[in-house]
Ligand binder design. Structure first.
Ligand SMILES: O=C(O)CCC(=O)C(=O)O
Length: 364
């Protein structure tokens, strides 16, 4: 246990700028809030919990910014200030979300995107789903009510999707949540459940589907409609990301062609839904367009169909990679599917353990 705690401390130290790292380590041992001055900047560090070393927020208060608090990692994001609508956006709500995300595996951040982005992306989604690409998947069987349609790597074909992934407030948000020095786009996934759709998204963890390993990977789930439990809000098994399981992926629908691929992994099967619900508190965020839900790649999650007769549920899940994300050459991950591979900008010829870079995974 002590060895694990030391590993955490070392990992935490690596993520912080030099002098602050050493300082925060000392302070954590002393268990007192502390300040350290560097030029015109005052860094504040304190330990939130005796139990975990990762639950440390490092804040800095910059002289002359009107007294707003910023996260230590946001220090590097000054160039994104305009995109974020000023530092007011980067405040306690992200710090709070980061703590909840690490503890629970999922958290919500309110009012991240303005109506301009929402309108722009609604129009883009209409374009995409009215002319489905080769990588699109219709999860609703023919003749059933509603429509559950998904697509992958849409940003490579649509300029507005690309702008959302790379130029909106989202990459800075991901970077801040991961406390990474560098952020890359892994991929985007469109998930639309039209009114009256019965198809669920089955319980799953994301990471087993992906050719990725490392700690610094997350998803931002971006709703374009008001979302409630009955219209298909995503439900999360609280704390499941921290249990150390790596469960076999499940195809989202029998006809999607992914099942054979995933069977090659030979992983531990998921517990039953009843077991998951019995073992975990379920977190579900009712959201408005503009809100963003962040979830951990090992968090167990699920969504029901969209039972509303009128309200659509359009959402885009965006996966970002941080500093320690590396290529995982396990067989059977979703990128082996021909329909996905053929749409990519470059071959996926990474060695196991390599950094994901090149045109498929642009730096944000
Ligand atoms: O939108 C959904 O129903 C599921 C989302 C999901 O599974 C994901 O973003 O990983």
């Amino acid at each position: 246990m002590r060895r694990r705690a030391r590993r955490h401390l070392r990992a935490q130290r690596r993520r912080l700028p030099g002098p602050l790292a050493a300082h925060s380590l000392r302070r954590r041992r002393a268990r007192h809030p502390a300040t350290v001055r560097q030029g015109g900047t005052v860094w504040l560090t304190w330990r939130l919990s005796k139990k975990t070393d990762v639950n440390v927020i490092n804040c800095l208060r910059r002289a002359g910014n009107g007294g707003n608090m910023m996260l230590a990692s946001d220090f590097r994001l000054e160039s994104r200030r305009a995109a974020m609508g000023g530092w007011n956006m980067i405040d306690d709500s992200i710090a709070t979300a980061r703590i909840a995300y690490r503890r629970d595996g999922a958290a919500v951040i309110r009012d991240v995107l303005d109506t301009g982005w929402i309108e722009r992306m609604r129009a883009a989604v209409e374009r995409v789903i009215s002319a489905p690409s080769a990588s699109a998947v219709e999860y609703t069987p023919g003749g059933a009510p509603g429509r559950y349609v998904g697509d992958f790597f849409v940003w490579m074909r649509d300029a507005d999707f690309r702008a959302l992934m790379l130029e909106s407030p989202l990459p800075a948000l991901a970077q801040s949540l991961m406390q990474s020095q560098e952020t890359r786009l892994f991929y985007d996934q469109l998930l639309v459940k039209e009114p009256g759709t019965r198809e669920e998204t089955p319980w799953h963890q994301d990471l087993p589907y992906w050719p990725v390993k490392g700690e610094d990977v997350l998803s931002l789930w971006v709703p374009l409609d008001p979302v409630r439990l009955e219209t298909g809000a995503v439900q999360y098994a609280r704390g499941s990301h921290a249990e150390g399981h790596f469960y076999a992926p499940r195809a989202f629908s029998a006809g999607s062609g992914f099942a054979d691929l995933y069977a090659r992994m030979n992983l531990e099967p998921l517990p039953s839904e009843a077991e998951i619900r019995d073992r975990h508190e379920i977190l579900c965020f009712e959201t408005q367009p503009g809100d963003v839900v962040v979830h951990h790649p090992l968090a167990l999650h699920y969504s029901a169909g969209n039972l509303s007769p009128t309200v659509r549920r359009r959402a885009i899940a965006i996966r970002y990679l941080g500093d320690d994300a590396r290529w995982d050459a396990r067989p059977g991950t979703f990128v082996e599917k021909e329909s996905i591979r053929t749409g990519l900008l470059a071959p996926l010829d990474f060695a196991d353990g390599a950094r994901l870079d090149g045109p498929n995974f642009p730096r944000c």
